[in-house]
Design a protein around this ligand. Structure first.
Ligand code: NDP
Length: 516
């Protein structure tokens, strides 16, 4: 007892910003303590080398196993969003190129791939997976240069998952009957696949691996701002000696995607991107026999209960919204904190985001890289302005942003109400909207009060509470005491305006087969 009292009364020595030691007679109250490393704990630059990266001056299309110039002869610039420097030129495919690609895919389906036994298809997929692993570092660097994401994410998350998806579906290729017991799965034919810019190679893997495992052939349309790694994947497909036409990659803008979606000889469309374009695709193919899966936007609720492990929850909030600059469809972009821990969570979150390092995506210490494009940066700024104008309070740490390139600091809003645009619309940037709740029922009602239903997070010490809440959340994926964890064996997809159909796991095979 006496010892405890002595400790409470003893002086605390604090190292001030100027390096001097100050003795504080009274202990700093826990709610006033802050992490403050000043600027003395800086990191030395740790840039990943990109001197060995060989970018072609121009990337043509990949059709029928060959690299071919686009019909229009047109190319557009692909820039590095961290420097605004031109990296290369990408072919602008048009309806004529899409038609050539679909015809090549159809021929390959009818003459080779569609008739190949599953174990042979599996061998190709394993080969592709191993080649991706071999070239993983180079692909990670390219992904960071082209899209702006931090190298530690592209190297440690994107690329391992890309290879894992090919490995996983390679394993299914000769076991499809076990995925659908009592039924006979048959491939659909030609799959048209349109992907976004936030996880360029990973989205290509999510689309191609299950389609190929199930015996389909593919035409892939990468996003305009991030086509480079898709073309390097084409080189890997050629190196793996994948039969001509099994995978075709047609780069271009939205019109190229539309031409693919509307092509009469495509049997299935798989799309990941905005809800707006998803709706347009749904309209465009209604009345046709095309199968469709849509993986669209989200506005996920990340719910922190009072009994949650708060430090871990704060890390979960950070990885939920600041991972990949918040360019994540399942980002935990609406944070619901139970009132009793609100102050504590906000204080810790404010301190934590001031330690996040924003800058060169190729630096291994960078936590937040470049915003993918000027267009996306404008969208983030516009939505943040709307939040301020509608009365929410913006919290941003003081960060020095590079002069060139597209950047946005990690930010969050408090004082957000359900009617604010920042609580309703997908910002798709490193900006979090924080709200509070009192009871689990209120948390559920507010979490489900969104047109989206892709993902959610729950943080609590009580397993029974997790099950109770998870069962009532209208979201395709719910993480408990963690966030943004991905695995090829686990299905992913949404409800409501977040789309339909599942990717990943045995579920991810279903959209690519007819069951007899
Ligand atoms: P889009 O939905 O426009 O793009 C996704 C893909 O679809 C791209 O390859 C795009 O090509 C292509 N595309 C565009 N228009 C059509 C069309 N009519 N028919 C077929 N394909 C088409 O997303 P954006 O890149 O424009 O981003 C806009 C917003 O969408 C973001 O701010 C974000 O909120 C949200 N978004 C959500 C994603 C998610 O995973 N949920 C992913 C990406 C964006 P191109 O790249 O040439 O435009």
């Amino acid at each position: 007892m006496a010892k405890a009292r002595k400790r409470r009364e003893s002086a605390i020595v604090v190292v001030e910003g100027n390096g001097e030691l100050t003795e504080h007679r009274q202990a700093i109250a826990s709610q006033d303590r802050r992490l403050n490393f000043g600027d003395r704990w800086d990191y030395a630059p740790a840039p990943e080398s990109n001197s060995y990266i060989k970018l072609r001056p121009k990337y043509p299309l990949f059709i029928n196993g060959k690299f071919v110039a686009p019909h229009s002869g047109k190319y557009f610039d692909s820039i590095n969003p961290a420097t605004e420097e031109k990296l290369t030129e990408i072919a602008e495919g048009d309806a004529h190129d899409v038609d050539k690609a679909v015809q090549a895919a159809r021929r390959a389906y009818e003459t080779t791939w569609g008739n190949l036994p599953g174990r042979e298809r599996g061998k190709y997929l394993y080969r592709i997976a191993r080649l991706i692993q071999e070239k993983s570092r180079e692909l990670a660097v390219l992904e960071s240069m082209d899209g702006g994401k931090p190298i530690k994410e592209s190297r440690d998350i994107d690329l391992p998952l890309v290879a894992a998806h090919f490995f996983y579906y390679a394993g299914w290729a000769d076991k499809l009957q076990y995925a659908f017991p009592g039924r006979t799965p048959r491939p659909l034919g030609v799959a048209g696949q349109v992907i976004p810019w936030n996880f360029p190679l990973l989205m290509a893997a999510w689309k191609l691996a299950p389609a190929l495992a199930a015996g389909n052939t593919c035409v892939l349309k990468p996003a305009e701002t991030t086509s480079i790694t898709a073309m390097h994947l084409a080189e890997i497909l050629a190196e793996a000696e994948l039969p001509d036409g099994v995978v075709n990659i047609v780069t271009g803008a939205g019109n190229t995607g539309r031409a693919l979606v509307e092509h009469a000889k495509v049997d299935k469309i798989a799309f990941t991107g905005s809800t707006d374009v998803g709706k347009r695709i749904l309209k465009a193919i209604s009345g046709s026999k095309k199968k469709l899966t849509l993986e669209l936007g989200g506005k996920a609720a990340n719910i922190i209960f009072e009994d949650a492990p708060i430090d871990q929850a704060v890390e979960g909030i950070v990885s939920g919204i600041y991972f990949n600059q918040g360019h994540v469809c399942c980002a935990g972009s609406r944070l619901f904190v139970q009132e009793g821990v609100f102050r504590q969570v906000i204080r810790k979150l404010r301190d934590r985001i001031s330690t996040l390092r924003v800058g060169n995506p190729l630096d291994k210490n960078t936590d937040i890289g470049a915003i993918n494009s000027r267009m996306q940066l404008d969208k983030i700024c516009e939505l943040v302005d709307s939040g301020v104008q509608q009365g929410a309070e913006l919290v941003q740490p003081p960060v020095r942003l590079p002069k060139r390139g597209f950047w946005y600091p990690p930010s969050f809003f408090t004082g957000v109400t359900a009617s604010h645009r920042i609580a309703q619309e997908e910002i798709f940037g490193p900006v979090l909207s924080v709200m509070t709740f009192r009871t689990p029922e209120e948390a559920l009602e507010r979490a489900n009060n969104t047109p989206y239903g892709l993902s959610a997070g729950v943080w609590t010490d009580k397993g029974s509470k997790i099950f109770k809440i998870v069962n009532k959340l209208r979201a395709g994926v719910v993480w408990a005491n963690t966030y943004n964890k991905f695995d090829p064996t686990s299905p992913f997809g949404g409800y409501k305006e977040s789309g339909f159909g599942r990717e990943g796991g045995a579920h991810g095979l279903l959209p690519y087969v007819n069951l007899e």
